[in-house]
Design a protein around this ligand. Sequence first.
Ligand code: MRU
Length: 353
Amino acid sequence: MNSPTNQVYPVIWHNESVSLIDQTRLPREYGFVEIHRCEDMARAIKTMIVRGAPAIGVAAAYGMYLGAREIETNNRDEFLNHLEKVAQLLRSTRPTAVNLFWAISRMLKIAYESLGTVEEIKQNLLNTAQTINAEDLQTCYAIGDYGLAALPKTPEKLTILTHCNAGALATAGYGTALGVVRSAFREGRLERVFADETRPRLQGAKLTTWECVQEGIPVTLITDSMAAHCMKQGLIDVVVVGADRIAANGDTANKIGTYSLAIIAKAHNIPFYVAAPLSTVDFSLHDGRKIPIEERTPEEIYKVGSTILTPNGVEFYNPAFDVTPAELIAAIITENGVFAPGELANSQVKQVA
Ligand code: MRU
């Protein structure tokens, strides 16, 4: 598959540091934050300068290297001891996206398995972070291709509804759900994308629309509460969303509002797909009940910009993710093929396209 010319890469390794697209400033400003230290990477993940499950995984992998680089000892055991603390700091940033924990575990494993000097272990860690980055990009291309093949055959040009941002910004590049959209666009199978604004952080309004506009992909923004009405009017052919953590039975945690979208898609007989890399599947969880759901600051819901919306005396609840039960999901699109939620166990073996 060929990559688009004006592709967005949210996490870029330079010789000494990591450049992150500052996603908190888009679409007003397109700029980068330079990250030299692990502590700054942890803060960038927490404050959502970098966000989206796969991108968080890539950022955390580089964070592990940056943390390793700061450890001043030649003693292997002492080094590994300190590296565990670096891992702990990065793990404490956001609880739901399993890619974070997956990437940190992979980096730790490399460190423990590396024989040789501390300097050599550090070099292996950098190589592994770069590999995780490169692999995720290839994974997104494969998801785009498999997703394109799995889309309904009629109508010829599809209108795809997506939620939040599961695009290039949320991955190493290209995207998962938006990767499927990109592939459909490239092959002339896309009529347009409907982007849910995605309250309260507005990733749909700010990031998904921005990505589409960069590439001339026709996009229509709606507020989250308009999705059912649009479906009833026959404006939506298929829903494709990303994921932050998928349990072994296919229950899927994704941005808050995904669950209600799946319910209304079912009510209107519209296929609902999840597009995600296998690094998002948490096989240690049988189902979605134990997926940790991040709760964020109430400020995100009682304020719009600098305006406070509510009177004093109101209580708030701001879960950032919800879990869509497997039975509402038509299929899960991965880099190894497209699987019914109940068949995820087979996903370790690559399907023939
Ligand atoms: O809180 P965010 O912006 O990190 O949440 C992002 C999402 O929920 C995405 O849909 C998910 O991480 C998949 S990104 C390919």
